[in-house]
Design a binder for this molecule. Structure first.
Ligand SMILES: [Zn+2]
Ligand SMILES: [Zn+2]
Ligand SMILES: [Zn+2]
Length: 196
């Protein structure tokens, strides 16, 4: 609990992020060896490889590396624009230009550190998948700290029990206490001895 939180850093290159430095939704592809369960405790590698897509909120340098086309420049826009101006009625050229033009957009900020989160296109799907925080190590840790603190608080909070005599709820001092007061305990005792 007393361990200081790590400074927020890019999950891909681990460069520490500045206070309001934006993060960019980035997808990387990872190749893995396909394994197969062949009964009992035996898992073998089939020799095949598969790929999986991993999503991150990375720093600008990492996003540029993975998605250079999401950072349109005058140079990268020149060819599609020339094609469109040569033939303004060409729908294909129009869409290609539009797509080239569309870079990262800032729809929202991290709910924890207020860092801008930049995403390509519609942010809703990424937001559903990634949650409202920026996923930098700082915010991931913060989330874990909050959760752990909450669990510890719940554990410390004494549990209420119901008095066997007056049915009032009370917080017992001893874990095996069944009556809220001496009066209740004696009352119940008298009642029991009268009945028994
Ligand atoms: Zn990075
Ligand atoms: Zn954050
Ligand atoms: Zn009582």
């Amino acid at each position: 609990m007393s361990r200081p939180a790590k400074p927020p850093s890019c999950p891909l290159c681990h460069t520490v992020l500045g206070v309001n430095e934006p993060v960019y939704s980035t997808v990387t592809t990872e190749t893995y060896k396909v394994r197969k369960w062949v009964g009992g405790m035996n898992i073998i590698e089939t020799g095949e490889t598969g790929t999986r897509r991993l999503r991150w909120y990375a720093c600008e340098a990492c996003a540029r590396k993975e998605h250079p086309d999401y950072f349109p420049t005058a140079e990268s826009l020149k060819l599609p624009r020339d094609k469109l101006s040569a033939n303004p009625e060409d729908w294909d050229a129009y869409w290609k230009y539009k797509r080239a033009l569309e870079g990262y957009r800032e729809h929202r900020r991290c709910v924890r550190c207020n860092r801008p989160i930049r995403e390509k296109g519609d942010s809703l799907s990424t937001r559903m998948r990634m949650g409202p925080a920026c996923r930098s190590s700082g915010c991931t840790n913060a989330r874990a700290y909050v959760r752990r603190a909450e669990l510890a608080r719940l554990e410390r909070t004494p549990k209420e029990v119901r008095c066997l005599c007056c049915q009032k709820r009370f917080v017992p001092i001893r874990s095996d206490a069944r009556f809220c007061s001496n009066a209740c305990r004696q009352k119940q005792y008298r009642e029991n001895s009268r009945n028994g």
